[in-house]
Design a protein around this ligand. Structure first.
Ligand code: ADP
Ligand code: MG
Length: 148
């Protein structure tokens, strides 16, 4: 099997807040993550976490309309992948409450986005300011041979 790259790398992607861009972000981050040996399961977990964070930015941050941009930045370190999803949308008044499983401001939704991010990633930090935007920072550590 070919040697996969392990040195540090980074990439960033910025796009308009349109729902069709969720798939774009998911594929781009997965392709970046796949530069190192990761299990298919780990890649799936990363894809779900990125999709949840990006759809939150688009749907909640900007109300599902092309009102602003979402930025996704990914950095690979020796320890793992750092993924940051940022929007300049409406912000979250109470982050701790919003992160509770099954909490949603939309009765049509399940309120499990943050719960998925929490369980699929090794670390999750959410910072937000009303009318300024939201920043979701996730970390996925390299297991087994990838770790140092
Ligand atoms: N980027 C964001 N901007 C504004 N509000 C957000 C953002 N992300 C999450 N939220 C708020 O946090 C709540 C919980 O998010 P989540 O767990 O993904 O559940 P859901 O998307 O199903 O509502 C949302 O209902 C929304 O009120
Ligand atoms: Mg959500």
């Amino acid at each position: 099997m070919a040697e996969k790259i392990k040195v540090a790398n980074s990439m960033a992607l910025e796009f308009l807040s349109l729902p069709e861009n969720v798939g774009l972000a998911r594929v781009a981050v997965a392709a970046f993550a796949a530069q190192v040996d990761m299990t298919l399961n780990e890649l799936e977990e990363i894809k779900v976490a990125v999709s949840e964070a990006v759809s939150n930015a688009i749907i909640h941050g900007y109300g599902g309309a092309p009102r602003g941009t979402v930025r996704v930045a990914v950095e690979r370190t020796q320890a793992g992948l750092v993924i940051i999803v940022e929007d300049k949308g409406c912000g979250i008044p109470d982050v701790a409450l919003a992160m509770q499983p099954a909490y949603s401001t939309d009765p049509e939704r399940m309120g499990l986005g943050f719960a998925f991010m929490q369980s699929f990633m090794d670390d999750l930090e959410v910072t937000s300011e009303v009318d300024r935007g939201t920043r979701v920072k996730m970390f996925k550590s390299f297991k087994g041979e990838n770790g140092e």
